[in-house]
Design a binder for this molecule. Structure first.
Ligand code: PLP
Length: 356
């Protein structure tokens, strides 16, 4: 079998959730959208089911997958329902849609039922993606409250620049959301991971940590609390070939990497079709037998090359970590001009192996 896989440490996931919950106070939704950021939504949700106050996903399909796996607690649909049929399924499966647009209110009015449906409402406090403007929120809440069975509980907003740490734009969004929630007598949900870590004093009713559950840093800069997070995914493979090359030899497609001296180059059985970023530059760190080595040349679909001149023990069969416990995904992401979110959600083809 191809020696490439992503191992997933569910105890680390539990640890990170507990930390997020402690920092944010109140209730914490574990965000497990996009297959738990590539970590496997069902396994992650099961591992958290006993401790999590609820889960958040991006769409109905993701929620139904969790219900089918026996996840019984609250599930928030971050963009609500997309059609009238989906709204029916929200009732049937007791999902909590976030209402962000007038057309969704119209569907709710048309389908008013005896049965209760917990709803959240989204405020556009400045990100300008979805949600009601501050001037519209009062009327939107009033319409929702007039619908039979609608149990409007939480006002939610999303911060555009929490990853910068405290800044005036984020403060403005927070003040606006607090005012609106108070006016409407609704509980408040503000914090993504960056806000949980960077603004732990926010203490709104519901936090929504995502990336920090998986052990990565959402902040633009290093952050002291990130050291307390434990990486959950380790993307691993093995050396399947080694070659000694004289100075001046080009390696891989386009000959991007050229040996400067006599070099040893290891070929690893993982590539961009597994989710390793093709944009990683020469010098991107790769761990070979626990030692740092450097990516050499363009990443291929199924393989990549690493300069192991300074890792003399490297041999065919050496273990390779692309990111994980000893090499932060954030560091690899920086070398590929991307973010850990993108690395994790791109992982495919390799099996996910669970530690617990
Ligand atoms: C994805 C998402 C989150 C989680 O964000 P992280 O940066 O991963 O913590 C929170 N809220 C909303 C609305 C989201 O879409």
């Amino acid at each position: 079998m191809r020696p490439s896989f992503a191992s997933i440490d569910l105890a680390a996931l539990q640890h990170n959730y507990q930390l997020a919950r402690q920092l944010a106070r109140g209730y914490s939704l574990a965000v497990v959208k996009a297959d738990a950021y590539g970590h496997g939504a069902v396994a992650c949700a099961r591992a958290l089911a006993a401790v999590a106050d609820g889960f958040a996903v991006s769409c109905l399909q993701e929620a139904l997958q969790l219900r089918a796996a026996g996840i019984d607690g609250p599930i928030v649909l971050l963009e609500g329902f997309f059609t009238a049929d989906e709204l029916k399924l929200c009732y049937r499966h007791r999902l909590w849609p976030v209402i962000h647009a007038h057309w969704q209110i119209e569907l709710l009015e048309q389908q008013a039922q005896e049965q209760q449906l917990v709803c959240w409402i989204k405020l556009d406090s400045g990100m300008h993606r979805v949600g009601f403007f501050p001037a519209e929120i009062g009327a939107a809440c009033q319409r929702l409250r007039a619908c039979a069975g609608i149990d409007l509980q939480v006002l939610m907003t999303h911060l555009a620049r929490a990853d910068e740490g405290p800044n005036p734009a984020a403060s403005q969004q927070i003040d606006c959301a607090r005012n609106m929630a108070q006016q409407q007598r609704l509980a408040l949900s503000l914090s993504n991971s960056a806000a949980v870590l960077g603004w732990p004093q926010l203490h709104a009713t519901w936090s929504r940590p995502g990336i920090m559950l998986y052990g990565a840093n959402p902040m633009l800069r290093p952050h002291e609390l990130v050291a307390s997070l434990r990486p959950v995914m380790s993307l691993q493979s093995q050396v399947i070939a080694l070659r000694e090359l004289p100075a001046g030899e080009a390696v891989g497609y386009g000959g991007r990497f050229v040996t400067r001296t006599r070099s040893r180059v290891a070929i690893v059985a993982i590539g961009y079709a597994d989710g390793y970023p093709r944009h990683a530059v020469d010098g991107t760190p790769v761990l070979v037998d626990g030692q740092r080595a450097r990516l050499a040349g363009r990443v291929s679909m199924d393989m990549l090359a690493v300069d192991v001149t300074e890792v003399p023990q490297a041999k065919v069969g050496s273990k390779v970590e692309l990111w994980g416990k000893q090499l932060a995904a954030d560091e690899v992401a920086q070398h590929a001009d991307t973010i850990s979110y993108c690395l994790f959600t791109a992982v495919r083809r390799v099996p996910l192996l669970y530690d617990q």
